[in-house]
Design a protein around this ligand. Sequence first.
Ligand SMILES: [Mg+2]
Length: 340
Amino acid sequence: MEEICSRFTGCLLGGAVGDALGAPVEFMSLSQILNRYGENGIEWYDWAYGKRGGITDDTQMTLFTAEGLILHGLRYDKEPEAVAVYHSYQRWLVTQKVIDTGSLMKRFGNCSTDGVLMGYKNLHSQRAPGQSCLSALASGDMGTMENPINDSKGCGGVMRIAPAGLFLKKEKVFDTACQLAAITHGHRTGYLASGVQAQIIHEIISGRELSDAVEEAKRILLGYERHEETLDAVDRAIRAWEEGRPVTPETVESLGRGWIAEEALAIGLYCALAAGDDFAKCVRLAVNHGGDSDSTGSIAGNICGAMLGKDAIPKRFLEDLELADLIEETGQDLFERRDG
Ligand SMILES: [Mg+2]
């Protein structure tokens, strides 16, 4: 049991470490990164958002995904998980100063203002939030797979979805993860990639090897229409690893830049496969490229942290991580209250 709990906390902390490591280089090209940090690229936290080890919107929204899922079991009767998580994302929107708690209560009722995360001052900070997330959540409508809110396939769904893989029963993981991503990302690939990421994490914490976890996620993906783009990205990541290509930023960049969902998933997955049992190698590989480094760092860190558990994360990464205690407690809460 202790080992499984450590995979839950490892998953969330791992994602946050990758996020914080990638934050200073999110908007830099590979050559800019190498010029600034030397031939190995960035290896430890650097300044971003006024601190070293600061998390970004990826980890903020991951925490709010977790809170929505936990509150769903406690406060919501017949509504689907997506409604509870939608309310939770509205609370995140309050922390981004887009709406206030008064209008939140007026629109969605008392239930929507529950939750402890809004009480954390550090979360009330804008860390380059994604436009699709902001505009979809501010629109007044809740996006679903049936009624897409937009045509976005940015990586904003997949980078926040890990808690669904940890918390839900196996038979609910893939579809619910897609629904949670579809709240803000209406493109098929935008949410199917999230289903794959959540399923991979679920299979890992259930004891499967990563390559078996990916096969299971692919099997479920094949049951969804218009899955080709997502499947192709997953297959490219697996091929890059199986062919034994050199583990370099160039190989990472051959999978894309990670601004869009399927590329972010492919990069995260490749880095976790290529790094094996070396957590630091995984997140360093995942952030040193000319793309969306904090999101690919988050996705890779989620997978690798779930695989190896919290103790595999170098202490130095955890000591300097913003809100590390809250992130760890959230992982423990997901473990203790899990549905699966
Ligand atoms: Mg970010």
